[in-house]
Design a protein around this ligand. Structure first.
Ligand SMILES: [Zn+2]
Length: 401
């Protein structure tokens, strides 16, 4: 399959073996997760910087293809990425910091950051399908990534099966089907949906689960490129990242690290992994000094998107956050929903419940004096408010509104 000039291969996080892009999933030797690697010396940093500014090469993730495995022309792209950094002045005042910027991933085609990674993952799967018998794509998902997979699979002309837990948001269930994807609703929670993929699919399939495909975190790294480009190549002090499988925080750390490698940045921001109190394996591992999270035994949070008790990228997420001198933070469901509502009421932007963990976590950090008064803080809004309007509305009703 056609790859970009700088792309070197897929390196196993566990055994270090390097495989080429024809490898569809995990390491054939040890089943570890694979990470795309590059020859950074082969990348023209000035040209990368110019492309990042847009719009000559569009605003989508394809403009960053010097640091992606596949050329822009090979992507089933729909202008994913290119999301704005929105200044949230009232929130900055409340947190007592210099500036708060919300990276609004709600403005992706299906309303979440997942579109960045699914665009790459489906591009690879499409190539694999062309060279073998066509296999369906499949993934266990709390909802958002399944909707995104269905959208991009449709673009590429591939079948897809999203396995969602019964509690998956209605909007995800509906739109997965609207995009032409098949969906199986599995009784229970996310681990039950994950177990059902192998049990119920009686055919071979390409698994697009995070850290099974090497490309979901790889797409997520473009969030870091955009933050840096939109801030004139100055790093913010901190980035607060809602964390589930680990793909987003792992991708963002990789993106900033690569920009340093190219000489486009001279520092890294401090990354914070924000999770709900009811399911916080990554934050707990960071807090306790563990190298890898222990599975969360009794997951229970209203934020279904973040209810991933045994994250596939848990160890990678812990390492990514720690490499920046960062930390984890947790917030109660009540504070998460209150924060999402407050952002909608004060800052215009609509955040789904999962996005609300970023301002809620930032609030807790501010109470602990984690920030300096002149800090510039980026909060990642991972999903659109229209994903979970019923959850946000019922929070108000719980307060008698
Ligand atoms: Zn391996």
């Amino acid at each position: 399959m056609e790859t970009t000039d700088a792309f070197e291969g897929l390196e196993c996080r566990d055994c270090g073996a390097v495989h080429d892009a024809t490898t569809a999933g995990r390491c054939p030797e040890c089943d570890g997760s694979l990470d795309p690697t590059y020859d950074y010396g082969a990348v023209d940093s000035a040209a990368f910087r110019e492309a990042a500014a847009g719009p000559a090469r569009g605003r989508g993730v394809g403009r960053f293809d010097a640091l992606l495995p596949f050329p822009a022309a090979a992507l089933p792209a729909a202008a994913e990425g290119g999301t704005p950094l929105v200044s949230a002045d009232r929130l900055a005042g409340e947190l007592g910091v210099g500036e708060v910027l919300i990276k609004d991933e709600a403005r992706n085609p299906t309303g979440t950051f997942h579109d960045r990674g699914m665009c790459l993952a489906v591009a690879a799967a499409s190539e694999h399908a062309a060279s073998r018998d066509v296999e369906p794509l499949a993934a266990a998902t709390p909802g958002n990534s399944g909707q995104s997979m269905a959208a991009y699979a449709g673009r590429a002309g591939l079948r897809s099966y999203a396995f969602v837990p019964s509690r998956c948001a209605f909007s995800n269930k509906a739109m997965t089907n609207v995009h032409g994807g098949d969906m199986r609703v599995v009784g229970g929670r996310f681990p039950d949906a994950a177990a059902a993929v192998d049990e119920q699919l009686a055919t071979e399939y390409t698994d697009l689960g995070a850290f099974t495909t090497p490309y979901r975190h790889e797409g997520a790294k473009t969030v870091a490129y955009e933050i840096a480009a939109d801030r004139a190549w100055e790093v913010p002090d901190a980035v607060v990242v809602p964390t589930s499988t680990g793909e987003l925080v792992v991708g963002i750390e990789k993106g900033f690290r690569e920009l340093r490698e190219l000489g486009l940045l001279d520092a890294m921001p401090t990354l914070v992994a924000a999770q709900p109190e009811g399911c916080a394996p990554v934050a707990a591992a960071l807090d306790r000094g563990l190298d890898a999270p222990e599975p969360w035994e009794t997951p229970d949070t209203i934020c279904g998107e973040l209810e991933i008790p045994d994250p596939a990228g848990g160890a990678a997420a812990v390492a990514a956050v720690r490499a920046t001198g960062g930390r984890g933070v947790t917030a109660s469901d009540d504070d998460i929903l209150e924060s999402a509502v407050a952002v909608a009421q004060n800052e215009v932007l609509e955040m789904g419940a999962a996005g609300g963990v970023a301002p809620a976590g930032a609030w807790d950090l501010a109470q602990e004096d984690f920030f300096d008064p002149d800090d510039e803080v980026v909060l990642i809004n991972t999903e659109s408010g229209v994903k979970t309007p019923d959850v946000l509305r019922s929070h108000l009703m719980g307060k008698g509104i």
